[in-house]
Design a protein around this ligand. Structure first.
Ligand code: PLP
Length: 381
């Protein structure tokens, strides 16, 4: 199967698998236990925390290991709801992942505001700068890279605006980590990551918290993670996550080369399938993601099923939990109509995807398109 859905989840990197296997054998103790077996597990966890902190550029103790980015985002808004003044608002970009938008909606039902994006899928900094002259939210969230479009967001600039106005800044860095260098993420007050998006195991992630700050824990129980997240730490998962990040950081530095394959594919797609279009074509995007509008009148779920039969795994881009297709909130925020949004397909390559893989994807798309054309009606005599 040709896999072009790495933004959904990516297979375990061999280095992560090895780290996980080693850790399950070597670190069998509970890091909270007082005996030496426990202490060894605790030491391994501390070493992993130091390494992750070095990649992000923060203090090791500012990091909390979680079950993934969904838990991390929920912790941020849970904390904000318990610590901000009762009239404080939270602002977030209109294209955030559901784990950010829904957490904000839940904790701040009437006090969240969506920051608009341009037609090119970039957070509107002019709007933000203007609005911040008159209002001061208690928290502001802008993701690093959008999971549907692959557009790299101006988080540095958003962070600078937040600093100028004394506003805590949260960055969901899930789709950036492993694709772009992680350095600098530690400057954010809050930043989240999920291991399985960059070759680590599922069910493990992290939250970078404000330096020396207290966190109102989402999960209550033991005093693990300095009282910021209760529950026995997933030592093998954390070690595997850090091993995966280590491997990806090297690949991230060679990103420009891989990006050419995406650009080449886009040119070829537009030529091969007249009526197709690349979304956010003019915006800075990560090397692995293409969100395309397929030729008119083709339902995108049909494309996914057809391509699956041809041995290619792709995505519609946005989750469809109910089974009923709603237009993507990301594309809606970018000004696309529901009819246009229904034509969107996402192709997200992996670190090991080759030029031949991209060619095979294109060939499958051309074949799927041909097979989806209505058969010519036979004339009755
Ligand atoms: N944020 C972004 C941008 C994502 O793409 C995802 C997963 O698709 C998440 C957060 C949530 O990650 P997880 O499901 O691992 O908690």
């Amino acid at each position: 199967m040709l896999y072009f859905d790495h933004n959904a989840t990516s297979p375990l990197h061999p280095a992560a698998r090895q780290a996980w296997l080693d850790a399950t054998e070597r670190f069998i103790g509970n890091p909270s236990s007082l005996h030496r077996v426990g202490a060894r597990a605790d030491a391994a966890l501390s070493e992993a925390r130091e390494k992750l902190a070095a990649f992000l550029g923060c203090h090791a103790l500012d990091l909390v290991f979680t079950s993934g980015a969904t838990e991390s985002a929920n912790t941020v808004f849970h904390h904000a709801a318990r610590t901000l003044p009762p009239d404080a608002e939270v602002w977030l970009s209109a294209i955030e992942h559901p784990c950010v938008i829904e957490a904000a909606r839940y904790h701040f039902p009437k006090r969240h505001r969506l920051i608009p994006v341009t037609r090119d899928g970039v957070v509107d900094l002019d709007w933000l700068a203007k609005k911040l002259k008159r209002a001061r939210p208690g928290l502001l969230a802008v993701m690093a890279v959008n999971n549907e479009t692959g557009v790299i967001q101006p988080t540095r600039e958003a962070l600078a605006l937040c600093r100028a106005h004394g506003i805590p800044f949260f960055c969901d860095a899930v789709q950036a980590i492993g694709k772009l260098p992680a350095a600098g993420l530690g400057d954010c007050d809050w930043a989240s990551g999920s291991a399985h998006k960059f070759g680590g195991p599922r069910g493990v992630g992290f939250l970078k918290c404000p330096a020396k700050g207290r966190v109102a824990p989402l999960l209550r129980g033991g005093m693990q993670e300095e009282g910021r997240r209760a529950g026995t730490e997933n030592v093998p998962g954390v070690l595997a996550m850090v091993a995966a990040l280590n491997a990806r950081e090297q690949a991230a530095r060679a990103g420009a080369q891989v990006s050419n394959l995406r650009v080449q594919f886009e040119h070829q797609l537009l030529k091969a399938l007249p009526g197709s279009a690349i979304i956010a074509a003019e915006s800075p995007r990560v090397w692995n993601t293409v969100l395309a509008l397929m030729p008119e009148a083709d339902c995108r779920t049909r494309w996914v099923v057809k391509l699956d039969k041809l041995g290619v795994a792709v995505s519609t881009g946005s989750a469809c939990a109910s089974g009923k297709e709603e237009p993507s909130p990301v594309l809606t925020a970018m000004g696309y109509s529901p009819v246009e949004a229904a034509r969107a397909l996402r192709f997200s390559a992996g670190w090991e995807s080759t030029e031949a893989d991209w060619h095979q994807l294109l060939a499958a798309l051309v074949q799927a398109h041909r097979e989806m054309q209505p058969a010519p009606r036979s004339r009755r005599l």
